[in-house]
Ligand binder design. Structure first.
Ligand code: GRF
Length: 227
């Protein structure tokens, strides 16, 4: 059966993927469509906040619609000043338009696969109101390392003799960064890791399985809820 086509009586689930980078996790989702790992699912759009993200090329090669949604026009429209040093106004306007963009495709799920922006309530609330779950891939176990550069931070702690394990999780996205309930998580053993590159490889190998598994589990929940 062709990738992305239906394999059952139900309409295929619709997945929107948000990315910022090379898109190896997006590729894992693309390759899993209509296998047992991710049955009866189509990726309806890939959205990137970076124009040159290689993940956009991966999507185009698989005939998946793409959109570049960059922050720059918003920062120009709402420049930061002493009252708004974090570009709050720009981020909110950006996220509100991102929500409109996503909702236009009426997806069953939004998957953040290496999307490097923190989503504000301007995105989370309208998507939640439409009953669309949002999940994120994070290279740490729940409640362990939070925020950016987790692989580097785990490596530094391993080298300092402070840890021998790290992990990967797929979790629901809430306003509190990396704190939404885990859908699925897996430990990654660091023993024998010779350098950061090796740890990166172990983490990425784990991520490529887990992002597919997490997406499948949540889509199953969505499907059960629809009855
Ligand atoms: C992954 O390691 C993810 O956990 C992190 O960004 C990376 C994205 O990789 N937040 P890719 O773009 O899917 O190759």
């Amino acid at each position: 059966m062709a990738a992305g086509s239906t394999n059952g009586s139900r309409e295929p689930s619709k997945i929107t993927v948000l990315i910022s980078g090379t898109g190896t996790n997006l590729q894992a989702l693309i390759d899993s469509r209509d296998t047992d790992a991710l049955p009866n699912a189509n990726i309806v759009r890939v959205i990137s906040d970076r124009q040159k993200a290689y993940g956009l090329e991966r999507a185009k090669k698989s005939d998946i619609p793409t959109t570049y949604h960059g922050i720059l026009p918003y920062k120009k429209k709402y420049p930061d000043d002493s009252c708004d040093p974090q570009h709050e106004a720009a981020r909110k306007a950006y996220d509100a338009d991102l929500a409109d963009l996503v909702l236009a495709d009426t997806p069953s799920i939004v998957v953040c696969a290496g999307f490097m922006r923190i989503l504000t309530t301007s995105f989370l609330e309208p998507v939640k109101a439409a009953n669309i779950p949002i999940i994120n891939l994070h290279p740490s176990l729940h409640g362990d390392l939070i925020g950016a550069n987790c692989i580097q931070r785990a490596w530094d702690e391993f080298q300092a003799g402070k840890r021998t394990k790290t992990g990967v999780m797929v979790h629901y996205v809430i306003a509190e960064v990396d704190m939404g309930e885990a859908v699925v998580q897996q430990e990654v053993d660091m023993e024998g890791c010779g350098n950061l590159e090796e740890l990166n490889e172990r983490i990425h190998a784990c991520e490529h399985g887990l992002i597919v598994e997490g997406t499948r589990r949540v889509l199953e929940e969505v499907s059960k809820a629809k009855g």
